[in-house]
Ligand binder design. Structure first.
Ligand SMILES: [Zn+2]
Length: 325
């Protein structure tokens, strides 16, 4: 068994995936007109279907309904949320405490996707259940290194029928701005430099990364019409054929367009960073970095040469340098 704390943490994290965070949370009150009115006032929403009983009676709803986006509000805890001592403990708070104990002390919400099955009406009584759907591998972000946690809330009515659901994603992270913790006696050195964001690798592009790792830049080619394409994808945009093979770029290209990134600074990258669209001599384009010259010396139309190089010890990337440099 490894004693690497990150591996140890990730082993513990696995136990939370797919777990229901606790017993179903009943809404403290039924859906009601006063809360709907307060919400609409706060949001500046004057839709009569929400606030005007007489007008709402004449709509397809036949009476007042709640704005769908109030969904989560019906089952949220009240002011007790502000007091850690009163927070109900469940698998989700336990997971956050676990990550905090490994130094991932900060949290930020990053995504919220709600799905509505039907409009809610005054009198509906909701219950919410929450499942920890997935936990990412460790990611480098502009805020710091951390783990994305996806939870899914399912909302049901008094008859047990689903009325909506919500996918909520948070990043639980080590703040990048804070001074690094002093190296411990056992680690014996400075904290490791963070690695770059790992590119997504899947069924349609794994072959490309594998071919690139041999030191050459592959370009996907349609077997039916010969048109080149990048990034890799299953179907030819020109003739819709799904038959393909690939060629290797000879290495020449021109800067089609570029931008110089200064902020935000993602861990693992050196700034300023030149991100460029390179038009390969073969006739397709690729987004890459121009390296080996000052950002101010990059121009649109300049000739560049391919340089495939390893980064972070485990990943190979294509870069472009000024031709002849
Ligand atoms: Zn084609």
């Amino acid at each position: 068994m490894s004693s690497d704390p990150k591996q140890e943490l990730e082993r513990k994290l696995k136990a939370y995936v797919g777990v229901e965070t606790g017993p179903p949370t009943p809404a403290p009150e039924p859906v009601n007109e006063s809360m709907i009115r307060h919400w609409c006032e706060a949001m500046g929403d004057e839709n009569p279907a929400y606030i005007d009983a007489a007008a709402a009676a004449g709509t397809v709803h036949g009476g007042i309904v709640a704005p769908p986006t109030m969904l989560q509000g019906w089952t949220l805890m009240g002011i007790e949320m502000a007091d850690p001592a009163k927070m109900r403990k469940n698998k989700q708070t336990e997971l956050h405490e676990l990550l905090s104990s490994y130094g991932y002390t900060s949290v930020v919400a990053t995504n919220c996707d709600q799905t509505y099955v039907r409009y809610l009406r005054p009198g509906d009584r909701l219950t919410a259940t929450t499942v920890i759907e997935s936990i990412s591998e460790e990611k480098a972000t502009a805020l710091g290194i951390g783990y994305f946690i996806n939870t899914r809330d399912v909302y049901r009515d008094q008859d047990g029928a689903e009325v909506g659901s919500m996918l909520f994603r948070v990043l639980k992270f080590k703040p990048a701005q804070q001074p690094q913790a002093a190296p411990s006696a056992t680690s014996g050195g400075a904290p490791a430099k963070p690695t770059r964001l790992k590119p997504p690798r899947g069924h349609d592009n794994a072959w490309w990364w594998d071919a690139l790792a041999t030191g050459a830049l592959p370009i996907q080619r349609c077997k039916a019409c010969g048109v080149l394409r990048h990034p890799p994808r299953p179907m030819c945009g020109a003739c819709q054929s799904v038959a393909w093979d690939h060629v290797f770029a000879k290495g020449g290209g021109t800067v089609y367009s570029y931008t110089v990134l200064h902020h935000p600074k993602f861990p693992g990258y050196d700034y300023p960073l030149v991100c460029a669209v390179i038009e390969l001599d073969e006739g397709t384009r690729i987004v890459s970095n121009v390296v080996g010259c000052a950002p101010a010396d990059v121009t649109i139309g300049m000739r560049v040469a391919l340089s495939v190089a390893p980064v972070d010890g485990g990943m190979t990337l294509p870069f472009f340098r000024p031709a002849g440099s």
